[in-house]
Design a protein around this ligand. Structure first.
Ligand code: B12
Length: 195
């Protein structure tokens, strides 16, 4: 494991978003951010020291986000977002780029799987990940460490001097450990014990 942090992952603070109705309830609240927790696990497993900043749990201000990004040794900063949280994610990326323009800011989560190209219209994002990010984040870290181009990484859109480059789709995993039990009527290629 490298000792200096190489990846900083963030969940946005929903209290400071544009939807003040998203106060704590049985559906909103301080839940562990499972998506970036997965990414942290795979990145650490691959040997990349990773920090996770849950800005919602810690009630971090936008200025606090900028300071944390600037102070971190991580060159890659990842932000997770849903559509609801998208405006806050944009604020974070802008603040980070102002405070630390050399950081690479990548965004992922449900919003990106729905509107990847539209999201990349926000120029503060260097890259976007479509779908699951577990393998992609490790490949991005590997490429950065090796000084390779990020453009063309499977499952990504990457901003380059020539525009947005879309990498090939991620390879579909051939097997998952838990058999799928979805009904026959649903078109699904996962191995199933229910069919
Ligand atoms: C569980 C769940 C909840 C739980 C959350 C519990 C918890 N501990 O987090 C509860 C019930 C609280 C909840 C609430 C809501 N939810 Co919900 N929820 C889900 C559900 C079923 C699973 C989410 C999950 O944990 N997935 C597993 C993790 C590992 O996956 P993931 O987060 O997507 O992360 C992966 C990738 O997206 C990517 N990725 C994610 N972030 C990043 C960041 C970077 C940098 C990179 C590279 C990659 C990356 O890599 C990750 C690992 O592969 C999804 C549907 C689904 N099937 O995903 C809806 C879903 C996320 N919820 C949704 C909605 C709308 C809501 C609510 C707004 C509902 C409401 N009306 O109040 C609230 C909002 C809560 C909030 N504060 O944000 C929508 C979001 C749609 C959108 N357009 O963004 C989804 C997609 C359902 C749907 N299809 O409509 N939800």
């Amino acid at each position: 494991m490298r000792t200096a942090t190489q990846l900083l992952l963030m969940r946005v603070n929903e209290r400071r978003g544009v939807h003040p109705f998203l106060v704590e309830s049985n559906v909103t609240g301080v839940y562990p951010p499972l998506g970036i927790a997965y990414l942290a696990a795979t990145a650490r497993h691959a040997g990349y020291a990773t920090e996770l900043l849950d800005a919602h749990a810690e009630d971090t201000t936008n200025q606090g986000i900028a300071s944390a990004a600037a102070a971190s040794t991580a060159k890659l900063i990842g932000i997770t977002t849903t559509t609801f949280n998208w405006p806050v994610a944009v604020q974070y990326a802008r603040r980070i780029k102002q405070a630390a323009p050399d950081k690479v800011v990548v965004v992922g989560g449900p919003q990106l799987s729905l509107y990847p190209r539209e999201c990349m219209e926000e120029k503060s994002f260097d890259a976007a990940v479509i779908g699951e990010g577990d393998e992609v984040i490790v490949e991005l870290l590997r490429r950065m460490e090796a000084g390779e181009d990020l453009a063309g990484t499977p499952g990504t859109l990457v901003r380059t001097a020539d525009g947005i480059v879309e990498g090939p789709a991620q390879k579909r995993r051939s097997r998952i450990s838990t058999p799928c039990r979805c009904p026959r009527s649903i078109s699904c290629r996962w191995p199933s014990t229910a069919r």
